[in-house]
Design a protein around this ligand. Structure first.
Ligand code: ADP
Length: 255
């Protein structure tokens, strides 16, 4: 399978059957180009997290081919800088400060302290947390904890950022603020983001394309293009185009 320069991830007839016999994904085909922001929407249990774990090299497809950065996902992961993960739960170490949580991936890789420092300042600036470096996770709001989690994912300068319902537990205002910040970071870092959400409004606001999945066994039902330029702002949320796209994705979900 040849991968051209702009292709970052390619799934070709990918299926996943767990040892329990559960068919989590069936015959998934998708090509993801560098710089895209793709959201995955679908009912719980349709295999979104499974697809992410396979792309991150944490699980193997049962059938089909999957390539990340032109390599098998495991080899891409071994290279260390390709892929980062952000989960709904910020998964911070409670006894470590914001700073110490953020530098953890570099510490584990044995990166020299001086580079850890430069990179930590870079990402803490991106997420607006330079004034909170000494705080412990329990002293932060949910939104701030998520910013720390995003900074920790960005410190490895990933080409691909996998986000599994990162804003699912946040209140609406915090969520919308973080959506705007995430879009700024995405544009600044020129990376590719794959994003799981149950929120159709969020998917339309953020994405260049939306992959709508069927109930289990998960397959791609439709891919909806969102041909609206960036930067996007409140005027997009209240535009007729936004409403039309939300309706289109919602209708595909119901079918
Ligand atoms: P989603 O993220 O869309 O909610 P998942 O990928 O988590 O879906 O799960 C897809 C299906 O696979 C579900 O039915 C789930 O119960 C099952 N599943 C997920 N992980 C495992 C596992 N490790 N072993 C067995 N079944 C699993």
């Amino acid at each position: 399978m040849s991968v051209d320069e702009a292709t970052l991830v390619r799934l070709k007839n990918v299926s996943k059957v767990y040892q329990t016999g559960t068919v989590a994904l069936q015959n998934m085909n998708l090509t993801i180009r560098e710089g895209e922001f793709i959201s995955f929407v679908g009912p719980s249990g349709c295999g979104k997290s499974t697809a992410f774990r396979m792309i991150a090299g944490l699980a193997e497809p049962s059938q089909g081919r999957l390539e990340v950065l032109g390599l098998s996902p495991k080899d891409a992961r071994k290279k260390g800088t390709g892929v980062s993960f952000v989960f709904q739960d910020a998964t911070l170490l409670p006894w470590r400060s914001v700073w110490d949580n953020v530098i953890l991936p570099l510490e584990l890789r044995g990166v020299p302290k001086i580079s850890q420092r430069d990179e930590a300042f870079r990402v803490l600036n991106l997420v607006g947390l330079v004034d909170h470096v000494k705080a412990l996770p329990r002293q932060l709001s949910g939104g701030m904890r998520m910013r720390v989690s995003i900074a920790r994912a960005l410190i490895s300068r990933p080409k691909l950022l996998l986000m599994d319902e990162p804003f699912g537990a946040l209140d609406e205002i915090t969520r919308q603020n973080l959506q705007d910040e995430l879009l700024k970071i995405w544009q600044h870092e020129k990376m590719t983001i794959l994003f799981v959400t149950h929120n159709v409004f969020e998917a339309v606001y953020l994405s260049t394309r939306i992959v709508v999945m069927t109930p289990r066994p998960g397959r791609i039902s439709t891919v909806v293009d969102v041909p609206v330029p960036f930067p996007r702002d409140e005027s997009f949320r209240s535009s007729p185009e936004f409403g039309t796209l939300v309706a289109k994705v919602s209708t595909s979900l119901k079918h």
